[in-house]
Design a protein around this ligand. Sequence first.
Ligand SMILES: Cc1cc2nc3c(=O)[nH]c(=O)nc-3n(C[C@H](O)[C@H](O)[C@H](O)COP(=O)(O)O)c2cc1C
Ligand code: SF4
Length: 512
Amino acid sequence: MSASKVRVFVPADTAARSLGSDQLAVALGAAEQAPIEVIRNGSRGLYWLEPLVEVEIDGIRHAYGPVTAADVAGLCKAEFWHGNDHPRYLGPTEAIPYLAQQSRLTFARVGITDPLSIDDHVAHDGFKGLHNAVSLSGAEIVAIVTESGLRGRGGAAFPTGIKWNTVLGADGEQKYIVCNADEGDSGTFADRMIMESDPYALIEGMTIAGLAVGATQGFIYIRFEYPQAIRTMREAIARARAAGYLGADVLGSGQSFELHVREAAGAYICGEETSLLESLEGKRGQIRFRPPLPAIKGLFGAPTVVNNVISLATVPIILDKGAAYYQDYGTGRSRGTLTVQLAGNIKQGGLVEIGFGRSLRELLYDFGGGSATGRPIRAVQAGGPLGAYVHASQFETPLDYEQFAAIGAMIGHGGLVVFDDNVDMAEQARFAMEFCAIESCGKCTPCRVGAVRGVEVIDKICKGENEAANLELLRDLCDTMITGSLCALGGMAPFPVLSVLNHFPEDLQARG
Ligand SMILES: Cc1cc2nc3c(=O)[nH]c(=O)nc-3n(C[C@H](O)[C@H](O)[C@H](O)COP(=O)(O)O)c2cc1C
Ligand code: SF4
């Protein structure tokens, strides 16, 4: 790069590309009068502003967005490389309130670095956690992760350190680390962002997990709908191996760790860890009976850690800055930061990483800016398709696993899908049952048959057939599915339905 060239960042993740960032990068590259060097980074996660272009001046990035290829001539006329004013100018990126109010720990490098550049990663504190980990024993690493209070971000919020400790203590010549990158929940994209925009964070987290429990092999299970994440992870693994961060002798420690990517067929049930393991073994994705836990008898019958992408990508900062640093964020038993994904009918959709404890209302209005339609927000589905619909009267609830459970809701993977007052909640209740019927693995009756009956009963209620009796039957059916299903798909699909019965009863009745 010539010394006089200004660095201009144009995101190259799937979301920004779908909004035209590739064409924009080409147009900027072709602007010969512009003394700029175009670098492809990841998105900052302010999706309503994508494609977001950043210009680096004296080490500070200035944002312009949303920008299309058609804006390039005007930007060049304004000499945007000096950070000059323009209708699309947003000021210094870090000062945009949506970003300024966040605590980016897991996502610290996302949108900052060139995703595949190891040098860039290292220049931004990458691999520091791994450097610390190689000098510790497995038990010491597990103790730090336990003390940090990190809980699984895939859905169940199980303490990560306790899971690792079980695998550490399990007998087995071969142990595995499996990363769950199936990301099937509605409105979620955080895993994809990590893999496309900071793949080394995941590689580092998985390698630390391997050192901690004594596993020498790891698999990343990514749904096929994420082709760019698959490509990026494969390339990053090859580069990390060549640079000595993976392979037979991780950072000269004498310990080995290898990573492989496996492309998944994209079935919702294959996000459940035991189905995922079946699928990884080349079998049909069906639930396994528990016990034994995967931590004792997991992939190919060996002790296995199964963790979500965010859980694993959070481990490096904990090993770098210490358990107390991470613990300091959060509230109650929900420690650290939560990555919320704002989706659906929301004005400012995107990724928000904040300490646990902020209210749902703050997320929806302070960050989200209210609904995209400008109408009142009536309901939010939190935690994916099996999560309850949260009523507007519950929006003061703090984002905290226990406080959400107390209102019959869940945080899950942090997805929030927003609906305005035009939503038909009977349709949403029906969708929950229909989704379960379509995605059921078929192994147990309450789910396989119950979900189909659930759709039928809701249809009858809406048609006014024996309304009171069918409403009672619907509750009874929900109860049967919750108590009788083998896994959380059938066991939780009733929760959105019950939330409609309890909080939106005016919608679930005979249509005129
Ligand atoms: C039906 C169903 C789908 C799931 N889908 C996912 C998924 O897409 N990604 C994920 O990380 N966890 C998913 N889970 C949770 C996993 O079973 C498991 O708890 C998780 O991968 C463990 O990692 P964690 O402790 O880091 O959260 C799903 C669970 C169920 C019941
Ligand atoms: S609840 Fe549904 S998905 Fe889970 S084991 Fe039973 S049939 Fe399969």
